[in-house]
Design a protein around this ligand. Structure first.
Ligand SMILES: NC(=[NH2+])NCCC[C@H](N)C(=O)O
Ligand SMILES: [Mn+2]
Ligand SMILES: [Mn+2]
Length: 303
């Protein structure tokens, strides 16, 4: 049975303070995402771009910037991801900034509960995005999606999956982390989150890290991959708004994607934070297309 991938574009940067991530969906299309997936015998349905409020470009209020707009965009994302899952498709959310993972993962969590699947989230990022409006140094909601999904962010963004928390701390693993704010560190410890930071990858290598992380994935697992392109080293992926030196190389990231593909359990995907305004000849979107293909099993010779 061939798989159908539903592409969902969410062209907004309301959760960030650097403008430009709203052009991400078209950068991915221009980089050949649809053709690349089809060349691997996947059915692709491009659902086009969602619409939502413009970026009002305001200062944070109550510790969070653009809360109403972030709610509106996530509502649209939730609906589209929910529809794709209902249709039996693999939703591929093309961001947009990372705040959109709130709607996406909330819909996935609800779907998993309804179908008896056990959800595991793989968060590929330089950042843990577990700030709340009380501790965020920036007020940017793209730094808070994990907190919201765990039930701790601004009220209007919590509880969307139908439970107080969409995911429990032991359902999410972070890879590539190298920038965590001071109070965020404390939250990570309190929640007991499993963070495979760059130090861990340096010491154990990507192979061991992924073997450990994927150890208890089984046939009943739904893997959701939330891929923030700033996870990569900015030398490879310059088109991001909050780049941090010292990320995984192209080959390390390929191995990570290939090992996820080998499980055969990836059921949904976010590709976020591509900022064409800061990119060099669409390189970051093209890189993303390479990695997305690997996530769907393209680089394994046996297939
Ligand atoms: N999805 C992202 N790129 N997040 C960056 C977050 C940066 C910083 N920790 C903040 O809260 O503002
Ligand atoms: Mn990030
Ligand atoms: Mn992120």
């Amino acid at each position: 049975m061939s798989r159908t991938v539903s592409l969902i574009g969410a062209p907004t940067d309301v959760g960030a303070s650097v403008r430009g991530a709203g052009m991400g969906p078209d950068a991915l299309r221009v980089a050949g995402l649809i053709e690349a997936l089809r060349s691997h015998r996947l059915d692709v349905m491009d659902r086009g771009n969602l619409s939502g409020p413009p970026n009002p470009w305001k200062a944070p209020e109550g510790g969070a910037r653009h809360l109403d707009e972030v709610v509106a965009w996530n509502r649209a994302v939730y609906g589209a991801v929910d529809q794709a899952l209902t249709d039996g498709h693999v939703p591929l959310l093309m961001g947009g900034d990372h705040c959109l993972a709130i709607g996406s993962i909330s819909a996935v969590a609800r779907h998993c509960r309804a179908t008896g699947k056990s959800l595991r989230v793989v968060w590929l990022d330089a950042h843990t995005d577990v700030n709340t409006e009380a501790i965020s140094p920036s007020g940017n909601l793209h730094g808070m999606p994990v907190a919201c999904l765990l039930g701790h962010g601004p009220k209007p963004l919590v509880g969307w999956s139908g439970e107080p928390a969409a995911v429990a701390p032991d359902q999410i693993d972070f890879i590539g982390i190298r920038s965590v704010d001071a109070d965020e560190k404390q939250a990570i410890r309190q929640l007991g989150l499993s963070v495979y930071d760059m130090r861990h990858i340096d010491e154990h290598g990507m192979r061991h890290t992924m073997t450990e992380l994927l150890a208890d994935v089984d046939d009943n697992t739904h893997l959701h991959v939330s891929f923030d392109l700033d996870c990569l080293d900015p030398m490879e992926a310059p088109g991001v708004g909050t780049g941090v030196r010292g990320g995984p190389t192209y080959r390390e990231m390929q191995l990570c994607m290939e090992m996820i593909a080998d499980t055969g359990c990836m059921g949904s995907l976010d590709v976020v934070e591509i900022n064409p305004a800061l990119d060099v000849r669409n390189r970051t979107a093209e890189l993303a297309v390479d990695f997305i293909q690997s996530l769907f099993g393209a680089s394994t010779l046996a297939r």
